[in-house]
Design a protein around this ligand. Structure first.
Ligand SMILES: Cc1cc2nc3c(=O)[nH]c(=O)nc-3n(C[C@H](O)[C@H](O)[C@H](O)COP(=O)(O)O)c2cc1C
Length: 142
């Protein structure tokens, strides 16, 4: 039984790669949020941007692991239209009350804007203050 769980959502693979690397570095379990929305192609991109912009909680697969067993959960996801990607928003909205200590890793395309204001919003959704928060550029490792 590991003390830390890395939870991630990734559309195009960059967050997935970072999260897998992080899970090894931190000797953590890992869990991928299951997105139930078709985000393929240009329409999928536009839809995703719209969901990000509108802060929509889109459907995800039900989380079948016991989050309460972990000391720390590191929630990782991409930035969409200036906000956290919708599947991560849904995850936090539904399950953050089961998390003891929370950390975030967000990933973005913009080299300059770190979107640090997103962390306060995530804390607000989660109903607790994070114990660690990182903003990475696409392709970076944590
Ligand atoms: C729909 C959509 C909207 C995005 N909006 C932003 C944005 O507002 N700012 C930004 O810096 N990057 C934005 N990006 C880039 C992603 O945040 C970045 O490429 C991230 O690393 C993608 O992670 P993934 O490969 O795990 O899906 C956007 C990407 C997508 C697909």
């Amino acid at each position: 039984m590991k003390e830390t769980l890395v939870v991630y959502y990734s559309k195009a693979g960059s967050v997935k790669k970072m999260a897998e690397d992080l899970a090894v570095k931190r000797d953590s379990d890992i869990y991928e949020i299951q997105d139930l929305v078709n985000r393929n192609g240009i329409f999928g991109f536009i839809k995703s941007g719209y969901h990000g912009l509108k802060k929509t909680c889109t459907p995800i697969g039900s989380v079948d692991i016991d989050l309460t067993r972990y000391k720390t959960v590191v929630v990782c996801g991409p930035i969409w239209a200036g906000n956290i990607a919708s599947p991560v928003r849904t995850f936090l909205t539904k399950y953050a009350d089961k998390i003891a200590q929370i950390e975030y890793v967000i990933m973005r395309g913009d080299k300059k804007n770190e979107y640090k204001e997103v962390f306060a919003e995530l804390d607000n959704i989660a109903g607790k203050n994070n114990v660690g928060a990182k903003s990475l550029i696409d392709g970076e490792l944590a």
